[in-house]
Design a protein around this ligand. Structure first.
Ligand SMILES: *Cc1c(COP(=O)(O)O)cnc(C)c1O
Length: 233
C-alpha cells in the first residue's frame, strides 16, 4: 500500500472512532479528500483505495486534474471548496458535482445559468463565515438567509441546496474552533426550519487539525487534505 492509502485507512478509522465517541451513528460522517496542490497521480492512488469524493480550491487546477476523470471512474465526485469567481463558473460546472463555497447571492444566478446550459444538477453548500481568522463565506446571517430564500423561491432550479460549509479560525484555542462549528450547526437548524422544502442536511466542517471537534459538533462531512496527501508545497 502507498502512504496515501495507509493514511486513508488511518483517517477512516479515526473518523469512525470520533463518531462513536460523540455518540453518532457509524458512517454518519463522510470524508472529502482535499487534493489541492497534489498531482493527479495522488488522486488516482486514493481512488484505487476506494476514495471517491475529492475537494479542490481552484477551478483551473481542478479542471486540469479532474477533467475526463468520470469517464474513467464514474463514481468520482469533485467538490469545489474555494471562492468561485464568476468567470470560472462555466468551467467549475463542467467538472464538479458540488460547489461548497457559495458565498454571495450573485454567484447563484451565474451558476444556475451555466448549469441550465448543459442541463446539469449541481449540489451547493452555503459557506458561512463563523470565525474571525477566516475571510470567506457569507458575512451576515441576513445575506445568507437571502441567498437561501433565492433558492427556495425557485430561482435556481438546477441548484440543489444541500447544506452549509465553514472553516474554523486557525487557532489552538479549542473553544474558538468549537464555537465556530456550533454557530454553523445552529444557523443550519434555523434555516432548515425556515425553509423546510430545501434538503440542507449537510454540515461540511472539520479539516486535518480540527475534524474531531467538528464531528462532536455534528459535522456530516470532513474535508481533509494534509493528513491524507501530506504537506502542500
Ligand atoms: C485546504 C482546505 C482544506 C483541507 O485542509 P487540511 O488542513 O490540509 O486538511 C479543507 N477545506 C478548505 C476550504 C480548504 O481550503
Amino acid at each position: 500500500m502507498s502512504s496515501i492509502q495507509v493514511n486513508l485507512e488511518t483517517i477512516a478509522a479515526l473518523i469512525r472512532d470520533a463518531e462513536a465517541k460523540a455518540g453518532r451513528k457509524e458512517g454518519s460522517v463522510t470524508l472529502l479528500a482535499v487534493s489541492k496542490f497534489h498531482p493527479r497521480e495522488s488522486v488516482l492512488d486514493a481512488i484505487a483505495a476506494g476514495q471517491m469524493s475529492f475537494g479542490e480550491n481552484r477551478v483551473q487546477e481542478a479542471f486540469e486534474k479532474f477533467s475526463g476523470m468520470t469517464a474513467l471512474h464514474p463514481h468520482v465526485a469533485l467538490h469545489i471548496i474555494g471562492t468561485l469567481q464568476r468567470n470560472k463558473a462555466a468551467k467549475a460546472v463542467s467538472v464538479a458535482s458540488c460547489i461548497e463555497s457559495i458565498d454571495r447571492l450573485e454567484i447563484l444566478s451565474e451558476l444556475e445559468k451555466q448549469c441550465a446550459k448543459i442541463n446539469k444538477l449541481m449540489k451547493i453548500f452555503f459557506e458561512y463565515h463563523t470565525g474571525e481568522a477566516t475571510k470567506s463565506g457569507f458575512k451576515t446571517y441576513d445575506e445568507l438567509c437571502k441567498a437561501v430564500q433565492f433558492c427556495a423561491d425557485g430561482n435556481a432550479p438546477h441548484l440543489v441546496p444541500s447544506g452549509f460549509m465553514t472553516m474554523a479560525p486557525f487557532t489552538d484555542d479549542e473553544k474558538k474552533v468549537r464555537a465556530s462549528f456550533i454557530m454553523l450547526r445552529e444557523t443550519a437548524q434555523k434555516l432548515r426550519a425556515q425553509f423546510p422544502s430545501l434538503p440542507l442536511s449537510e454540515l461540511s466542517m472539520g479539516m486535518s487539525g480540527d475534524y474531531r471537534i467538528a464531528i462532536e459538533e455534528g459535522s456530516t462531512q470532513v474535508r481533509i487534505g494534509t493528513a491524507i496527501f501530506g504537506a502542500r508545497a
